[in-house]
Design a protein around this ligand. Structure first.
Ligand code: GLN
Length: 296
């Protein structure tokens, strides 16, 4: 008797290869490729150039485990522990919201708001992975950036992302990661050129909370357990005392909340209140400029 072959066989008795695993996968092709390149440590192109190579048993076993977990609903970003946002690869754990492509609009809009402000001071409330704060800091090396979250677990992830993704010698210094329930633990003397946030804005009882990736993400990052606007109200109410005159506040919100958020901003006394549409054409963020105290 010869030794058993090291390569496991696929269902038709051939050695398991990347080609065979992808062909047999119940997952959407893109997801299967992401999981397989993650397990093999390959680039996407190697799935083609090495597609016929027999794979070792441990890799096949790990891939099949991830494939089954994905088929049962776990988010791809959690299974591979990472998600790209604004061209940067962020670590993701089940303790943080997975960065969404539409949130890049918030980063772009904040960058435009601080464009002519050297050494701008920027505050990100509810930073999660740190994606917004770190993306802004990477695009504006001179900016001083604060990133707050009430979750210690999230801050640990955000801090690792900031350390790994930002130049240690950036002129603005390291991002200041601070455990804080909204503005609660922030030095009251600080004033910002821009405040940004992607807060929990899904209303309690919204059926989306029971669908897709959201089932596996931290509930506190998704819903305020109220009408979906309570965190946004807190952020808007606290912003005037924290913004310089002419400073900008931009908040991400749900697809049907733009009008309500603009009304809150106007009622608080913000100027040039407007919303911006994401790539799907949905009014996804709203913001305005702080007039400054005592201004007419
Ligand atoms: N954009 C997320 C979703 O609806 C929600 C994120 C949030 O509440 N900030 O999938």
């Amino acid at each position: 008797m010869t030794d058993a072959p090291s390569a496991p066989l696929d269902s038709s008795g051939r050695p398991a290869t990347a080609d065979a695993l992808l062909r047999a996968s119940p997952l959407p092709a893109l997801e299967a490729r992401i999981l397989l390149t993650h397990v093999l440590g390959w680039r996407r192109t190697q799935l083609i150039t090495r597609g016929e190579e027999p794979l070792n048993g441990a890799s096949v076993e790990r891939y099949r485990t991830l494939e089954a977990r994905r088929a049962a609903g776990e988010p791809v970003a959690q299974l591979v522990g990472a998600r790209e946002f604004f061209g940067l690869e962020f670590e993701v754990t089940p303790q943080v919201l997975i960065p969404r492509p539409e949130t890049e609009l918030l980063v772009e809009t904040a960058l435009a708001a601080i464009e002519n402000r050297p050494r701008a001071q920027v505050l990100d409330l509810g930073t999660g992975t740190g994606a917004i704060a770190v993306a802004i800091a990477s695009m504006r090396p001179d900016a001083r950036v604060w990133a707050l979250d009430r979750s210690a677990d999230a801050l640990a992830v955000a801090t690792r992302n900031g350390t790994r993704l930002l130049d240690a010698n950036r002129p603005g210094g390291a991002v200041t990661f601070l455990q804080s329930d909204w503005y609660g633990s922030l030095d009251a003397a600080l004033r910002f050129d821009a405040i940004v946030s992607n807060p929990p804005y899904i209303a309690n009882g919204d059926p989306h909370l029971l669908e897709g990736d959201l089932r596996f993400e931290p509930r506190g990052a998704l819903t305020d357990e109220a009408d979906g606007l309570s965190a946004i109200r807190t952020i808007i109410a606290g912003a005037p005392g924290r913004l310089v005159a002419g400073g900008a506040l931009w908040i991400e919100h749900g697809y049907d909340q733009a009008e309500a958020v603009r009304a809150l901003l106007n009622a608080q006394g913000f100027a040039q209140v407007r919303s911006e549409r994401d790539l799907a054409g949905i009014e996804r963020i709203s913001g305005g400029l702080w007039r400054g105290n005592g201004a007419a």
